[in-house]
Design a protein around this ligand. Structure first.
Ligand SMILES: [Zn+2]
Length: 102
């Protein structure tokens, strides 16, 4: 059964907030966070009559295609935010290097 994309995203946000509150910045690792993310399991139920998946927690009702579509969109949102952070980090490190050269 697929995990509910909405609930999973919400749960991950909570885990991330907790992780960032408990772990000092230099000890944080993306892999550690992803390992925690992998533990999130909110399986949906299959309604065999309508071939739809139902989330008991949030009430999401969707076909397999819709579930993967929502999941994809939520992932994209996450990715864009991370990419922006990476860009910023890169820019920052580069500007630091430039400063050291001067
Ligand atoms: Zn849900």
């Amino acid at each position: 059964m697929p995990n509910c994309p909405e609930c999973t995203a919400r749960e991950r946000k909570k885990i991330q907030a907790k992780y960032e509150a408990e772990t000092v910045e230099e000890n944080r690792g993306r892999d550690d966070l992803f390992k925690l993310f992998d533990q999130v399991e909110i399986p949906m139920k299959m309604d065999s009559a309508t071939k739809h998946f139902i989330c008991k927690r949030c009430g999401l009702y969707a076909t397999r295609e819709q579930v993967s579509d929502i999941k994809y969109r939520l992932n994209q949102k996450e990715k864009t935010r991370e990419d922006k952070q990476d860009d910023y980090l890169e820019w920052w490190q580069k500007s630091k290097k430039d400063k050291e050269l001067d």
